[in-house]
Design a protein around this ligand. Structure first.
Ligand code: NDP
Ligand code: GDR
Length: 349
């Protein structure tokens, strides 16, 4: 019998990598997607097949973390062995603009799903393993290095909501004996990273500057330090957590931190440019309360899960720059052929 997984947030960066990983392991994968007026399945398009075809193992269902009736219905329909809760309004800066919505999706959304899974387990008479996508943002102002014993000190509506989701998950594990793991993942990036997160914003700009499509890059705080890893490595840790005999919480990180300035050095340096000629600061990209330094200690994951990051910072940024150089080259070709190219995120604040 094939294992069945249900993924919320399947259209996001991690959803796309996790889906590929699970399909590769023989799983049937169900995902919840939001209805939007434009297509939002771009990251899945190359692996999605018409469900009428034989042997299809990826199924998408409309739903939203704010709608518990749909969560219940999709659980019954999918009948999963594992649930990965990745859905979130995941942008820290945006969470200051949309605090209530962020809390609804991230904190209450998790509670709705936990409650739906609890009921589903009783109805179906089976145990479902649950992964909760926690974040290093929960540590916030707690000094580095951070591990599973570091106190949470969240610094944004997003981070506060993730802390609430974390404790909902712990409480459901303790109260109902559910198999729930909190992954506390530090920043992880890839060529599929959303274009308003700092790594991708920089690598996208490098590609466009090289191809003469952009002159300036407006940024926020260049002094912040983050522990940046590769999304492909991190989704493997999610899966490993659910393959253990006992549920537990794990920090997933590389153990190396770099400043945004160093990120600029590596990304622009890769194409022989000096970022100081292009980057300007714009106050709208600063956060009312910033997280200065995140640096994870993933010793527990290494010992218990046998997990280690394979891709390091420089290699990761180079992989992203190479991808975005190619993307910009295609954009230039289209423009030169007289096509109107509308960039995703052009109107994003
Ligand atoms: P993305 O922002 O790329 O993806 C978020 C996903 O959640 C998208 O599929 C999005 O749908 C979906 N979503 C947003 N709001 C709702 C909603 N109300 N109902 C249903 N789905 C919704 O995030 P990542 O893939 O990078 O991250 C995955 C998870 O891991 C998130 O919970 C994030 O907070 C957390 N995390 C991420 C880290 C990282 O560095 N990437 C680090 C630590 C934690 P749509 O495509 O329609 O917008
Ligand atoms: P973060 O990621 O807030 O850590 O959350 P992001 O890439 O947005 O910011 C990282 C750091 O870079 C600084 N910064 C800028 N950030 C953005 N987005 N745009 C800029 O122009 C800019 N200039 C400087 C930020 O101030 C910050 O210090 C990510 C998300 O994926 C969360 O969902 C996840 O939980 C955490 O990582 C771990």
């Amino acid at each position: 019998m094939r294992k069945v997984a249900l993924i919320t947030g399947i259209t996001g960066q991690d959803g796309a990598y996790l889906t590929r990983l699970l399909l590769g392991k023989g799983y049937v994968v169900h995902g919840i997607i939001r209805r939007a007026s434009t297509f939002n399945t771009e990251r899945l398009d190359d692996i999605y097949r018409d469900p009428h075809e034989p042997e299809v193992r990826l199924f998408l269902h409309y739903g939203d973390m704010s709608d518990s009736t749909v969560l219940r219905r999709v659980l019954r329909l999918a009948n999963p062995d594992e649930v990965y809760n990745l859905a979130a309004q995941s942008h820290v800066r945006v969470s200051f603009d949309q605090p209530e919505y962020t809390a609804d999706t991230v904190a209450l959304g998790t509670l709705r799903l936990l409650e739906a899974v609890r009921e589903f387990q009783q109805e179906a008479g089976k145990r479902v393993k649950f992964y909760q996508a926690g974040s290093s943002e929960m540590f916030g102002a707690s000094p580095p290095p951070q591990n599973e014993r570091t106190p949470f000190y969240p610094r944004s509506p997003y981070a506060v909501s993730k802390v609430a989701a974390h404790w909902f998950a712990v409480n459901y594990r303790e109260a109902y004996g559910m198999f729930i793991c909190n992954g506390i993942l530090f920043n992880h990036e890839s060529p599929l990273r959303g274009e308003t997160f700092v790594t991708r914003k920089v690598t996208r700009a490098v590609g466009r500057i090289v191809h003469g499509l952009q002159r300036k890059l407006y940024m926020g705080n260049l002094d912040a330090r983050r522990d940046w890893g590769y999304a492909g490595d991190y989704v493997e840790a999610m899966w490993l957590m659910l393959q253990q005999d006992e549920p537990d919480d794990y920090v997933i990180a590389t153990g190396e931190s770099h400043s945004v300035r160093e990120l600029l050095d590596v990304a622009f340096g890769y194409v022989g440019l000096d970022w100081r000629d292009y980057v300007e600061q714009d106050p709208r990209y600063f956060r009312p309360t910033e997280v200065d330094h995140l640096l994870g200690d993933a010793t527990k994951a290494r010992k218990k899960l046998g997990w280690e990051p394979k891709v390091r910072f420089r290699e990761l940024i180079q992989m992203m720059v190479e991808h975005d150089l190619e993307l910009a080259a295609r954009e230039r070709t289209l423009r030169e052929a007289g096509h109107t190219v509308v960039l995703p995120g052009t109107a994003t604040p």
